[in-house]
Design a protein around this ligand. Sequence first.
Ligand SMILES: [Zn+2]
Length: 200
Amino acid sequence: MRSEIYSGIKYKVNFISRNIPEDARLEELKLWCRKFHEYNLAPPYPGGSAGNLSFRLSPGQLPFIITGTAMGLKDSPDNSKFVRVESCDVLAKEVNVHGVIEPSSETMLHYSIYKQRPDVEAIFHGHSDEIIAATDALHIPQTKTAEPYGSIQLIHSALEILADYSFIMLRSHGFVAMGNSMKQTGDLAIEMLLKAKPRV
Ligand SMILES: [Zn+2]
């Protein structure tokens, strides 16, 4: 289903500083990175994992911390593998960050959802063939069209159906889980996977 090969980020990164993100909650984010790997919600590929996880630094505010691009979630990453995103200019395709690596290819998708949904405190995006196959059966809202990863069209297709849902599908691509905490977001993703898995 996913025919597009990952070929890096599709926007310009402006490094405000090269400071490595520091926040106690990074330990919780790392825990969810590991869980996503364990549950195969972000399948590994040569050089990284197909998924990206973020959380807001202050309720309803825009700075957020996100996994770096092409990051292997199974590798017990240290703080340098995460990036603090201050702002994005979606139309100009520019992202303003603090960190030492480029942020996830879906940074502008996370940014756009945080902007539209002040209630969302964490966003976990992953890929699961099981959940894709069960999208209709589980009545998961789905984007109308399949769009390339990291694209403006993908962002528009997601915002168009976002409403106040906490779990949506990007058609032929993957899922986006949202919640008012990392725990709520991660638990929801795992719950959907377990519901999607064929019963034996
Ligand atoms: Zn993806």
